[in-house]
Design a protein around this ligand. Structure first.
Ligand code: ADP
Length: 446
């Protein structure tokens, strides 16, 4: 087992990883930017190293500082969490060269599956349906027009290196292509330092349903069922649940098998998520793979009753997966509590938390790094807590979520809690009748 794990991240996920390390008896090193000095991951790790000023590119993205921190403290493994360097193949490679185990897939797997256009080709080769689109990167407007005409409008311009819904544009007709190509390219360039775009058929009103996988170096490839992440705003997930209230058992099984075909074909190692769009006829199409732990992983942990991060660490240390897939139990729903103002177009609402009370009780889990008097910095994403509820069935989970959100008190900053309350009262949501257009169509927060 590892002697010491450095967590190259911040916020709730850094704390989440530290918790598992403690349970495994592995000492931890936190890294932090100057503005995160008073963060909980710094308090709860065994050691902490300041790696630079607040801007991510001078701290959480700064490979040389993170590696120095690992070397100074004698860490022999790095857990990247999600975001920042988690899907950076070069980082994974530099770790290996420095004799530090990157807790995640090999650089080769990240390059193959982390690149969206490449991953689609990989899945297509093994017979998994993918959203029709360009065979790879689209180089100019003329090429985009040609491909769009072939697949038929509407189409979507998407960033090859995309994430968080950035660098994405729906194009309804040819006259809009040029502008979409430019704006999506600029956005992708600014966000990911990579302006490459590809083109996809726009699936109208799909569900977003994804499969959790774990693969070890002993030939075990397992899938742990689905998460339905269709409740989104601007293509960003806000609520995730398992099981999906939409798909049949037959489709569920087929999606699981498709996910495993993909990871086997690249000899994948570690935790990963295979994402699909599902149309109203329950046809599913692969869109991308996330080669890391995801924000919504606790949903799977709650219905499968095991620790995904623990298994990630075991796999990286060369052990076989400990928790094989068992039948799921009950229903889990995760609510992302963001410091955002839903009444003002979800604009970020950083600042001091003047009063905080977390809900509790049976079947309620809170993953959060914030506390009374904590100052939410403006520099990073606005996720401040995840509330995950478990119930014996979906109705029970919804009732429990309502009572827990009523107990959830945050003063000083605006949050997405009132938005979640509205969703929980919506008949369509209660019936499980929703797709990715749900918020636009049904939730009016003002
Ligand atoms: P990101 O990596 O930025 O999260 P994804 O490819 O995972 O991007 O897509 C995010 C969301 O955008 C999906 O869940 C879905 O709501 C929407 N989306 C992506 N591709 C399409 C498509 N071809 N048709 C319709 N919606 C799409």
């Amino acid at each position: 087992m590892f002697k010491k794990i450095l967590i190259a991240n911040r916020g709730e996920i850094a704390l989440r990883i530290i918790r598992t390390c403690k349970e495994l008896g592995i000492p931890t090193v936190a890294v932090y930017s100057e503005i995160d000095r008073d963060s909980l991951h710094v308090v709860f790790a065994d050691e902490a190293v300041c790696i630079g000023p607040a801007p991510s590119n001078q701290s959480y993205l700064k490979v040389s500082s993170i590696l120095s921190a690992a070397q100074i403290t004698g860490a022999d493994a790095i857990h990247p969490g999600y975001g920042f360097l988690a899907e950076n193949a070069d980082f994974s490679e530099i770790c290996a060269e420095s004799n530090i185990k990157f807790i995640g897939p090999s650089p080769d797997s990240i390059r193959k599956m982390g690149d969206k256009a490449f991953a689609k080709e990989t899945m297509k080769k093994v017979g998994v349906p993918v959203v029709p689109g360009s065979a790879g990167v689209v180089h100019d407007v003329e090429e985009a027009k040609k491909i769009a005409a072939e697949i038929g409008y509407p189409v979507m311009m998407k960033a090859s290196a995309g994430g968080g819904g950035k660098g994405m544009r729906i194009v309804w007709e040819e006259s809009e292509i040029e502008k979409a190509f430019q704006t999506a390219g600029n956005e992708a360039g600014a966000a990911f330092n990579n302006a490459d775009l590809y083109l996809e058929k726009y699936i109208e009103n799909p569900r977003h349903i994804e499969i959790q996988v774990l693969c070890d170096t002993h030939g075990n490839f397992y899938q742990y069922g689905e998460r339905d992440c269709s409740i989104q705003r601007r293509h960003q997930k806000l609520i995730e649940e398992s099981p999906s209230p939409f798909i049949t058992d037959e489709v569920r099984k087929k999606m699981g098998e498709a996910a495993l075909l993909g990871v086997r074909s690249v000899n994948y190692e570690g935790a990963g998520t295979i994402e699909f769009l599902v149309d109203k006829h329950q046809n599913f199409y692969f869109i991308e793979m996330n080669t890391r732990i995801q924000v919504e992983h606790p949903v799977t942990e709650m219905v499968r009753n095991f620790d995904l991060v623990k298994n990630q660490i075991l796999i990286a240390a060369g052990h076989p997966i400990e928790d094989k897939p068992l039948d799921p139990r009950g229903h889990a729903i995760e609510f992302r509590i963001n410091a955002e103002d839903p009444e003002h177009n979800f604009r970020p609402s950083p600042g001091r938390i003047e009063y905080l009370h977390f809900p509790g009780g049976f079947g309620v889990r809170i993953d959060s790094h914030v506390y009374n008097d904590y100052v939410i910095p403006p520099n990073y994403d606005s996720l401040i807590a995840k509330m995950i509820v478990w119930g014996t069935d979906r109705r029970h989970a919804i009732r429990r979520a309502k009572r827990a959100l009523e107990e959830f008190k945050i003063e000083g900053v605006k949050t997405t809690i009132p938005f979640h309350m509205k969703v929980l009262e919506n008949e369509k949501f209660i019936e499980g009748d929703f797709d990715t257009s749900f918020i636009d169509k049904h939730i009016n927060i003002n």
